[in-house]
Design a protein around this ligand. Structure first.
Ligand SMILES: O=C(O)[C@H](O)[C@H](O)COP(=O)(O)O
Ligand SMILES: [Mg+2]
Length: 297
């Protein structure tokens, strides 16, 4: 059973109980580029209380550095080594776990942030936003030159995805022996400032269907994301709380990592999904309407 926070002592008690606060971004701190009311004040309050603040996002469209730029533009204090995105975690997974041979590369369905993280981790790639990939042209299998050195396909949120990109990825995944299918995350939807949009999970779904197989998924709730964070920062799980808006990513991620979980209702999850006869079986430790509620603490 979740504990619904409502009165100032509830919020004060959580501030005392937890030293490390992991924040999901989309739907918790902001919707698109629109800050959630009170988010800046509460983050400032946590820093005044000397709390460790970490940002843990499945949004692979931005790198850690470009997220830092977004935080700066929004007037939110954040440091690159506090920011953990699925683009970064995916690049680290490929460089540190897959350890591709030096002549190997990945084919990217994704945006500039994912490419930047791959470059920073020394992972060679083709596709993505590269105009050489000519993905605005219709696909011709007859004229397609298969690159035998593509050892993995990486798929993240890509707002310019199209049939040509899918067809190229499909060729690599079906014709290059052992080619790995990796997705940055599987969020079904993305809470923009003006409503829901298809998320990264909806971008990779056509490939899953055409291939008849599931990819390796890096972002929340996968443990890979937590491993990536724990490789860089120390925190005590017993005094750590994960704040998220999506049950099947953020809350499952926190539970799998052995940290407490707080669900906010400013993003994906609706009240009706956590109460009543059809309530989800994923039960956060705490629930509150918005992260801004902590201003009363
Ligand atoms: O990939 C997606 O669908 C979106 O980026 C999704 O909103 C994940 O962002 P998060 O809530 O983890 O910041
Ligand atoms: Mg979110």
């Amino acid at each position: 059973m979740s504990r619904r926070l409502s009165a100032p002592p509830d919020y004060a008690a959580l501030l005392d109980k937890y030293d490390t606060w992991m924040f999901d971004c989309d739907g918790v701190l902001w919707q698109g580029d629109k800050l959630i009311d009170g988010a800046v004040e509460v983050l400032r309050l946590l820093r005044e209380r000397k709390k460790q603040v970490l940002f843990v996002t499945n949004n692979a469209t931005k790198s850690r550095r470009s997220y830092k730029t977004k935080f700066d533009h929004l007037g939110v204090e954040a440091h690159v080594d506090e920011i953990y995105g699925s683009a970064y975690a995916t690049a680290v997974y490929i460089s540190s776990v897959l350890k591709l041979a030096k002549e190997k590369k990945v084919y990217v369905i994704g945006m500039a942030g994912l490419e930047e993280e791959l470059r920073d981790e020394g992972v060679a790639y083709i596709g993505g936003t590269d105009p050489v990939d000519k993905t605005l042209e219709s696909f011709s299998l007859e004229r397609f030159d298969l690159d035998p050195n593509v050892a993995a396909v990486v798929c993240g949120l890509d707002t310019t995805v199209n049939y040509t990109k899918y067809s190229k990825a499909f060729q690599y995944l079906t014709r290059n022996p052992g080619c790995q299918f990796i997705v940055t995350n599987e969020d079904s939807t993305y809470p923009s400032a003006h409503g829901l949009l298809p998320g990264a999970g909806a971008i990779s779904a056509p490939l899953r269907y055409a291939l008849g197989k599931d990819p390796v998924s890096i972002g929340k709730p996968a443990k890979t994301m937590l491993d990536c964070i724990q490789a860089k920062v120390h925190f005590d799980p017993a005094r750590t709380i994960m704040v998220g808006d999506r049950l099947n990513t953020d809350i499952l991620f926190g539970q799998a990592g052995g940290v407490s979980t707080l669900l906010v209702l400013t993003g994906i999850t609706l009240e009706s999904e956590i109460t009543g006869p059809n309530a989800s079986t994923i039960v956060p430790d705490y629930v509150t309407s918005s992260i801004g509620d902590f201003r009363s603490a």
